[in-house]
Design a protein around this ligand. Structure first.
Ligand SMILES: CC(=O)N[C@H]1[C@@H](OP(=O)(O)OP(=O)(O)OC[C@H]2O[C@@H](n3ccc(=O)[nH]c3=O)[C@H](O)[C@@H]2O)O[C@H](CO)[C@@H](O)[C@@H]1O
Length: 407
């Protein structure tokens, strides 16, 4: 209902540098090797298009979910260029608002500034909590007000399974009267690099993975489950009213977190140095550090296999790589196809038992990819797929959907 009334927007945090993934361009432009070759940005854009269409169809009206994209000095120009070259992936360019976060100088261990070049300071984005200053600098809250946006789904760029403007999550937060909310998955293992949503001395907040003590992360309850298991997936809900309050009263109170990073620099003689070990400190603010200011904070737990597979590392890493992201999406789409009544074949034409397509870790999973333009979260597939046997790879895009419907 809120979506159909143009009251929901999405905001992408895309100012990070993707250093762990090791690419020089914005992470959203990354292609994880899906049969369709789609990038993360394209998948996200198509999910917005679909949610608008589903809402329009249900309510018989035309709605818009504006897409706010926070970039940084590193990511703004290439992101703008990429969107333009791709014709905004079918979205109205006027409904995509890109803005830039601030940069701060990197420091060495004596807290002195680092020179990146003669006459140029080494700078880094001020963390995803730089969002709140950036909202003010770029008058983004005014834009939201003008459009009538009251609820915002904020998310990070690298989760291939992200449900843009998720009506279930937004609906849950709104129905609870929340001003602020976080989507979580059950943490997989104590050292997993996800923050945990918890209460510290009664106050709801996130303790980040590099700031939690090992002994605390390992604590278990009576049934052997992790005591701090609400893994933050960087999917947040905010009301515009709450963001306005943060902008006016709290944004300067956000704490600074310290990240040790390798910062390319020049030495005393002006020679360029590419450090092999962390030589610099970056000060970052975190997006979730506003949770303690919330008056009504809610947590919403979802299934990892349906909603969380982040792209953090280059291939070769055991977790959170292009391969694991690709497999997670293909496994999910195979589950949807099977649930809709299709039978899947593997790449050699052998029948896959329905369970073989369930796990993302299963290399034999059928390569079944369903375009977000056909289905947002598995809905509407029965009429297309019931009773069919699907080869691998199988791409169910809009053209294929039309063909199947006509048969
Ligand atoms: C501070 C924060 O949110 N940490 C969360 C983040 O960790 P993680 O350390 O993985 O966070 P990333 O460095 O990937 O940044 C998260 C998002 O913030 C954006 N970004 C980052 C820095 C910046 O200056 N500007 C900016 O926009 C990135 O582009 C990305 O979309 O995701 C994990 C889930 O995947 C969560 O468990 C962590 O709790």
């Amino acid at each position: 209902m809120k979506i159909s009334e143009n009251r929901v927007g999405v905001l992408l945090l895309a100012g990070g540098q993707g250093t762990r993934l090791g690419v020089q361009y914005p992470k959203g432009m990354y292609n994880v090797g899906l049969p369709s070759g789609k990038t993360l940005y394209q998948i996200q854009a198509e999910r917005i298009l679909k949610i608008q269409e589903l809402s329009d169809r249900k309510h018989g009206s035309k709605c818009t979910v504006p897409w706010y994209i926070m970039t940084s000095e590193f990511t703004l120009a290439p992101t703008e260029k990429f969107f333009k070259e791709n014709n905004y992936f079918g979205l109205e360019s006027s409904n995509i608002v890109m803005f830039e976060q601030r940069m701060v100088p990197a420091l060495d261990s004596d807290q002195k500034i680092i020179m990146q070049d003669k006459g140029k300071l080494a700078m880094a984005p001020d963390g995803n909590g730089g969002l709140y200053q950036a909202l003010v600098d770029n008058e983004v809250l005014e834009d939201m007000k003008k459009r009538g946006v009251e609820y915002l789904h904020v998310y990070c760029v690298d989760n291939i399974l992200v449900k843009m403007a998720d009506p279930v999550f937004i609906g849950f937060c709104v129905s609870k009267g929340a001003d602020c909310g976080a989507k979580v998955v059950e943490k997989a293992y104590p050292a997993e690099p996800v923050g945990v949503v918890c209460r510290v001395r009664g106050v709801a907040q996130v303790v980040e993975y590099n700031e939690i003590r090992e002994i605390t992360a390992e604590r278990r309850g009576p049934g052997g489950e992790l005591m701090f298991s609400a893994g933050n997936i960087c999917n947040h809900f905010f009301t515009r009213a709450f963001l306005q309050e943060v902008a006016e009263k709290y944004k300067d109170q956000l704490k600074q977190h310290i990240a040790l990073k390798k910062v390319p620099c020049v030495d005393m003689c002006g020679n360029h140095v590419t450090p092999t070990r962390p030589n610099g400190i970056k000060l970052e603010k975190f997006v979730f550090d506003v949770f303690p200011f919330s008056r009504s904070f809610v947590v919403f737990e979802v299934l990892r296999e349906d909603e969380f597979s982040p792209l953090k590392n280059a291939d070769g890493a055991a977790t959170d790589s292009p391969t694991t992201a690709r497999n997670a999406l293909l496994a999910q789409h195979s589950r949807w196809a099977t649930a809709a009544g299709a039978t899947l074949l593997d790449e050699h034409g052998n029948l896959l038992p329905p369970t073989a397509s369930v796990s993302a870790g299963d290399n034999q999973a059928a390569r079944c990819e369903i375009s977000p333009l056909v289905s947002y979260f598995g809905e509407g597939l029965e009429k297309l797929l019931r009773g069919r046997t699907l080869p691998s790879p199988f791409i169910l895009d809009e053209k294929m959907a039309k063909e199947l419907q006509a048969q």
